[in-house]
Design a protein around this ligand. Structure first.
Ligand code: URA
Length: 246
């Protein structure tokens, strides 16, 4: 007979979506967790698929999944807890009694569209380059880049970590008085400060950066700090795009 798959108790609790792994460990230490009705305070304790786990007397089950789009404001860090005490996205997220996590990153100084979800499969695939979701940005850059410079971005340019993949780049507007330019850029990768690095490499540093779109989802209609839960139809469409079962 094959052995049933065992997992650590705190991992099972975190997977249910009610809290993080660390919080689950604390629940165990505090004596708030039972397995098959017996109180368990041992951190390394393992459970199998048939074990019934409860926290504060309530049986945990697979949590309902939520996926939202959020307009991250400038000055807010893309994390739920910042050791440096800076404002985080947490204060903007609704409390559904599950742990919603950001998918991927936006720099503190960048605003725009961010997915937030407690669905681990969606999170994994949105950030995976294999599923190639486009990410479209509006960048306001210093100076006026010529077409030759923009072509370098289109064809791929060397930044930290190697050459970038081809990008779609479109000059939108030149602000003659301020000597700045608005440029739309669409990339597939998600390297650290990628758009800022790319413009820096052609000598036109970014002054302001906003993510307008990820795949078929647009920021439009969301003010900074606002979020919107995706409907079932939208989630199913997203799952299909990501090759997940609906
Ligand atoms: N590129 C950047 O430079 N910053 C972001 O936040 C996202 C993409």
């Amino acid at each position: 007979m094959p052995k049933p798959e065992l997992e650590r108790l705190h991992v099972r609790i975190a997977h249910s979506g009610i809290c993080s792994r660390r919080a689950a460990e604390n629940y165990i230490i505090e004596g708030r967790v039972q397995v098959n009705g017996a109180s368990i305070m041992e951190l390394g304790f393992k459970v199998g698929p048939a074990d019934v786990v409860s926290v504060d007397g309530k049986v945990i089950s697979d949590a309902k999944k939520y996926t939202l789009i959020f307009h991250k404001p400038i000055g807010v860090v893309t994390t739920l807890n910042d050791p440096q005490g800076r404002p985080t996205i947490k204060q903007y997220l609704p409390n559904y009694g599950v742990q919603l996590k950001p998918v991927g990153r936006l720099d503190k100084d960048t605003d725009g569209l961010l997915f937030v979800t407690n669905d681990g499969n969606i999170a994994l695939r949105i950030s995976h380059p294999r599923y190639g979701l486009d990410k479209e940005y509006q960048a306001v850059v210093e100076g006026i880049p010529d077409e030759k410079s923009l072509d370098k971005l289109r064809n791929g340019i060397f930044i930290e970590g190697g050459k970038t993949a081809p990008a779609k780049v479109e000059l939108v507007f030149v602000e003659q008085n301020h000597q700045t330019t608005s440029v739309r850029i669409t990339i597939h990768e998600g390297r650290k400060r990628q758009v800022r690095q790319m413009f820096y490499a052609i000598g036109h540093p970014v002054i302001k950066l906003t993510r307008l779109r990820i795949g078929p989802y647009y920021l439009k209609g969301l003010r900074p700090g606002e979020c919107r839960m995706l409907s079932k139809v939208e989630v199913d469409k997203l799952k299909k795009t990501l090759g997940l079962e609906v």
